[in-house]
Design a protein around this ligand. Structure first.
Ligand SMILES: [Zn+2]
Length: 147
């Protein structure tokens, strides 16, 4: 069994090393989820930006948060969007709203058979998925049902 949800062969995401999302990607490698929060107005923000979208401050921090949330929306994929995924269908894609930051919604896969139940509002927990052998190496945040 693979240690990653999908088999090898998908295009490798290459995070921009100089972009505003760098701390997010670096955190995933270290099994931590980091989300931007404005030091001035305390707003959480996603996706990563150089300024606060609420008060336009440049004083943004990266805060380590628990990778826990609830399914905000989901879909089951039956038709592979890429040939490499032909044997991976069906699989579930979830949009997860973080418990700590309700305006932050992250996309990922709901780990499991692909035919498992998924419900809006269901609790989920993050699973750090490492692609250490990839060039360059990277990590993703996937999701599993939580109690
Ligand atoms: Zn702000």
């Amino acid at each position: 069994m693979n240690s990653t949800y999908f088999s090898d062969g998908l295009p490798t995401p290459v995070p921009d090393k100089q972009g505003p999302a760098t701390p997010f990607w670096q955190g995933l490698v270290l099994n931590t989820l980091r989300i931007q929060r404005c030091r001035r107005c305390q707003s959480w923000q996603w996706g990563p930006e150089y300024i606060c979208s609420n008060c336009h401050s440049f004083e943004l921090d990266w805060i380590e948060v628990e990778p826990k949330g609830r399914i905000y929306s989901w879909t089951r994929v039956w038709q592979a969007p890429q040939p490499v995924l032909a044997t991976a269908t069906p699989y579930v894609v979830v949009l997860v709203e973080l418990d700590v930051a309700p305006n932050v919604r992250l996309i990922g896969n709901l780990l499991g058979s692909g035919t498992q139940d998924a419900q809006v509002g269901a609790a989920v927990a993050g699973v750090f998925e490492h692609h250490a052998a990839s060039h360059p190496p990277y990590s993703l945040l996937q999701w599993r049902p939580a109690d």
